[in-house]
Design a protein around this ligand. Structure first.
Ligand code: BES
Ligand code: MN
Ligand code: ZN
Length: 454
């Protein structure tokens, strides 16, 4: 647990080893400049400059690492090196971009809360901007939160994490716990969480100059999703410690915004609850009055994320921010649509969606827009309440979830992310496990829109 930025050195290590990037398609030409001995040595290491390959050379008595490269500036360029090169200090002889340096840091991540790390990562000296260091730490924070099992990540653990962060950055924090949610009118959050021993919470943090543009982040913090009375099968429940992934992303992003002192007025709203089963669990057919006043009929207790979010979004809308962004591990349907490695994005603004997509590309954090197709609203019509919590048909499940949420945001520009928040396979810079997907894409968008030079 902890920070990743410490693998990025401020000063070159004493015996720092140089690394040279060799583009795959320039390998033959590059090799032509080497001595016969060097070429033979590379051959013995099967080095052909393919991405992900690295090999050793010794030139003029100095050891060097050569590393294959596909010519793209992404996390994968250097992401495999911190855990494959021997422990020690390295620097680059080739020039690289901040996203590539970040890849190194993110590739050094290990979740060591319950067993010691398998090794020390190799460290890199590069001319690293402080934003890159903060981004590495924000991602590490998000990963740690997601990877921590539900037993150690109760709703109060999430709000405690926010409390720590709020203290660091002198932000204001209000946490509504258990029955206090009823006084606030946040009945849906309370209802989802009431069956669990650990009470549900709503954390409400604000930071920054009140005169700056108001941005509000919301994250789904379901610390474990059993499905409730509509219980999930074992296979569907296995990974549900990650159902607070949206909260982890919003928290990590808030950290990054505050650490880089982005000139915005930030509000972070985290509704957190465990979707558990007991005698007082909510039931299919129940009707809940939301904070906004709309009534929701429960079709399925496993569509709990949108219930947490709807009250938080209604609250977010009340002070009329410039932009509301929510993050949620909301539907299996979004995963069917775009798979596990792309974040599904819904937006009421074409411009925001297009720009966000482009920024996602630029920082190697893929987001893809999906439709908020109003004609599908009939699928969430209820006979007894204003709205049904999910569609009875399985079609367009991510869109009907977004349509449900949209009822609670009042005309404000709104972006909704339906994300996996988990790497189901390891890729360079992205080890298997929790991953705050879309965090860096959104940060890039906000930094370009509101940051210095915007
Ligand atoms: N947390 C799940 C969605 C989920 C499952 C995200 C697997 C990522 C991976 C959510 O609360 C859920 O159970 N959604 C249901 C909704 C359905 C009951 C309308 C789903 O998608 O099956
Ligand atoms: Mn669920
Ligand atoms: Zn869920």
């Amino acid at each position: 647990m902890g920070t990743l930025s410490d693998v990025l050195l401020y000063t070159p290590g004493e015996n720092s080893i140089p690394i040279v990037l060799v583009p795959t398609d320039e390998f033959e030409e590059w090799q032509g400049f080497l001595s016969a001995g060097d070429r033979a040595w590379l051959l013995r290491q099967s080095f052909t400059a393919k991405p992900g390959q690295s090999a050793w050379l010794e030139q003029d008595g100095i050891a060097k690492v050569v590393c294959g490269w596909n010519g793209k500036a992404d996390l994968a360029t250097l992401g495999h090196l911190p855990m494959s090169l021997p422990e020690g200090d390295y620097h680059l002889e080739s020039s690289v971009s901040s996203i590539q340096v970040l890849g190194w840091a993110l590739g050094a991540y290990q979740f060591d809360r319950y067993k010691p790390a398998s090794r020390k990562p190799a460290r890199l000296f590069a001319n690293t901007a402080s934003d890159t260091r903060h981004a590495a730490d924000a991602v590490a924070l998000g990963r740690d939160l997601i990877n921590t099992p539900a037993e150690d990540m109760k709703p109060s653990d999430l709000s405690e994490e926010i409390n720590r962060m709020a203290k660091t950055f002198k932000a204001n924090l209000r946490v509504h716990v258990g029955d206090e949610l009823l006084e606030l009118g946040a009945r849906t959050i309370h209802t989802v969480g009431r069956a669990a021993d650990a009470p549900p919470v709503l954390a409400d943090m604000t930071w920054g100059d009140p005169g700056h543009p108001k941005i509000t982040l919301v994250g789904k913090g379901v610390t474990f999703d059993s499905g409730g009375l509509d219980i999930k099968p074992a296979s569907g429940m296995r990974q549900m410690k990650k159902d607070m992934g949206g909260a982890a992303i919003a928290i990590g992003l808030a950290y990054l915004i505050m650490a880089t002192e982005l000139p915005v007025r930030l509000r972070l709203l985290i509704p957190a609850a465990e979707n558990a089963i007991s005698g007082n669990a909510f039931r299919p057919g129940d009707v809940i009055t939301t904070l906004k006043g709309l009534t929701v009929e429960i079709d399925n207790t496993d569509a709990e994320g949108r219930l947490l979010l709807c009250d938080a979004l209604a609250l977010a809308s009340e002070d009329d921010p410039e932009l509301i962004i929510d993050f949620a591990t909301l539907t299996g349907a979004a995963r069917i649509a775009v798979g596990t490695e792309i974040s599904a994005m819904f937006s009421t603004s074409d411009e925001v969606a297009q720009t966000l997509h482009a920024h996602g590309e630029s920082v190697d954090d893929a987001v893809w827009r999906m439709p908020i197709h109003e004609d599908y609203e009939h699928m969430i019509k209820s006979n007894v309440a204003d709205v049904l919590n999910c569609s009875v048909s399985g079609y367009a499940g991510a869109t009907t979830a977004a349509l449900f949420l949209k009822k609670f945001v009042n005309g404000v520009d709104w972006v909704h992310f339906d994300i996996m928040a988990f790497n189901i396979r390891s890729r360079p810079g992205r080890p298997e496990g929790g991953e705050p997907m879309s965090l860096r894409a959104v940060y890039q968008y906000l930094a370009k829109r509101y940051g210095p030079g915007a």
